[in-house]
Design a protein around this ligand. Structure first.
Ligand code: XIL
Length: 444
């Protein structure tokens, strides 16, 4: 029983970097990124670009992506009738504020006009429809778009070609044709293939890698690969950096194109601290790969995020809260981008294991490991009890619980943890119903 509990107990880690000097944290994110030779961008909603929303978008971000306004269904809902209002508005705003634009997206299976999905097309007819659409849209913004997501989400989860209307009717050749049409329409734009769940090394990213290899071998003008990075709290893939690097080594640029990091609502201090570490980790992975052009967040405020609508019960996925106040995630980006970030001082990670459990009670062991290069001089671990558990007694730490929030701090004898070293504390708790482990820890 004991072995099973230990084996099934989630091992959770959290890392929090101590704040660097205030100056770096206060500088606009776009300037910090620019100083590192990258851009930091955001998706925006054209209709919201006024007031405080516009102020933050302009001040903090060096690149804008229209969240929906350039999709085929937005620009040509009725065949032959174009509405460029929203797309024009984002491009004009970006130009007025010295920002680049990531065009999103020319060919995608989703948010297509009904007349495209509902039609019956021969292969030749569909190919011409697609290349005409690319010529019209990329042509309209010729010379004003930094990157185009030419083809979005071409793959299935197993890395094979998605059987969208394009894939099913035209096979893989549609991807090559789309890139050639985009190059002809706007020779200056960098042309990207973009997908989700390709962030880690795995079946889907292997499929993307092989697709890019084939396209390059055919001389197809693919300039970059976008990794959407719609991530889950505490689950930044360990292989993200290595994955970006292997694509870069194929001879293409890479970019993080739609970063958000969702959490089960409500947000708590511990989850927001984990999210800060996660945002910083993604930003650092991009900085570590020379050909990573930049990071775009998919909405900069929680009030303009698609997550609550698409992942019920989840949210708080962006770096600013609903009132446009910066969250710890924003500081995570700033700290990762800061020019003089000291080499990770005071960084710790946490491992949690239930070592025994009985009706109404349990014992947990929490290990604090110093993953930085300087000694930890005193430490604090914070977490949220997910199912009403109460700490009844702690040893080797002082633990207090307010509502669901627990704070545990060192005693004097175990305050100092050398780099690479660890120390452990334990507690007895009460539970009823279920006893799930906390989903995140903040450690500082
Ligand atoms: C999302 C938008 O943010 C939502 O407003 C819309 O309702 C659905 O699409 N991958 C993509 C983006 O490439 O275009 C999607 O954007 C999010 C997932």
């Amino acid at each position: 029983m004991l072995r099973r509990l230990i084996a099934t107990a989630a091992l959770l880690t959290a890392a929090l970097t101590l704040a660097p000097p205030a100056a770096a944290a206060d500088a606009p994110l776009r300037d910090l990124a620019e100083a590192r030779g990258r851009y930091l961008g955001t998706a925006v909603t054209a209709g919201k670009l006024t007031g405080g929303y516009a102020d933050v978008a302009a001040a903090q971000f060096g690149s804008l992506t229209p969240g929906n306004e350039m999709k085929w269904g937005s620009v040509e809902a009725t065949r032959g009738t174009y509405d460029w209002t929203g797309a024009d508005r984002v491009v004009a705003f970006a130009e007025a504020h010295g920002q680049r634009v990531r065009g999103h997206t020319l060919v995608w299976h989703s948010q297509l006009p009904a007349w495209v999905t509902g039609g019956t097309w021969t292969a030749d007819r569909l190919r011409t429809l697609m290349t005409d659409h690319i010529a019209a849209e990329a042509g309209r913004y010729k010379g004003r778009i930094d990157h185009w997501d030419v083809v979005n989400e071409p793959l299935n989860e197993d890395g094979t070609l998605r059987q969208s209307v394009f894939g099913a009717t035209l096979g893989e050749s549609y991807v090559a044709d789309a890139f050639r049409a985009a190059r002809a329409a706007d020779p200056a734009a960098k042309l990207y293939l973009n997908d989700y769940s390709t962030d880690a090394i795995g079946a889907k990213s292997d499929g993307m890698y092989a697709l890019v290899e084939r396209l390059l071998a055919q001389g197809v003008p693919v300039d970059g690969v976008g990794f959407q990075a719609h991530l889950v709290l505490g689950q930044v893939p360990a292989s993200l950096e290595a994955n970006l690097r292997r694509f870069a080594e194929l001879g293409v640029d890479v970019a993080i194109t739609e970063l958000d990091i969702r959490m089960p609502l409500p947000a708590t201090e511990a989850k927001l601290a984990q999210q800060k570490a996660d945002y910083a980790a993604v930003q650092r992975a991009c900085l570590a790969v020379t050909r990573c052009a930049g990071v775009t967040v998919w909405g900069f405020t929680d009030s303009d995020s698609w997550i609550p609508d698409f992942f019920p019960g989840q949210g708080a996925a962006t770096p600013y809260d609903e009132a446009l106040a910066p969250k710890p995630a924003r500081a995570g980006l700033a700290e990762a981008l800061a020019p003089d970030t000291p080499p990770a001082p005071g960084v710790c990670s946490v491992t949690y294991a239930v070592t025994s459990q009985w009706t109404g009670g349990f014992t947990a062991q929490v290990t604090v490991r110093n993953t930085g290069t300087a000694p930890l001089n005193g430490w604090t671990v914070r977490w949220t009890q997910p199912a009403g558990q109460r700490v009844t007694q702690a040893w080797n730490a002082t633990a207090t619980q307010t509502g669901a929030e627990v704070t545990a701090t060192n005693l004097s004898y175990n305050a100092t943890v050398p780099p690479g070293g660890s120390t452990a504390f334990g507690f007895n708790g009460s539970w009823s119903g279920t006893n799930p482990p906390p989903t995140a820890f903040a450690c500082s």
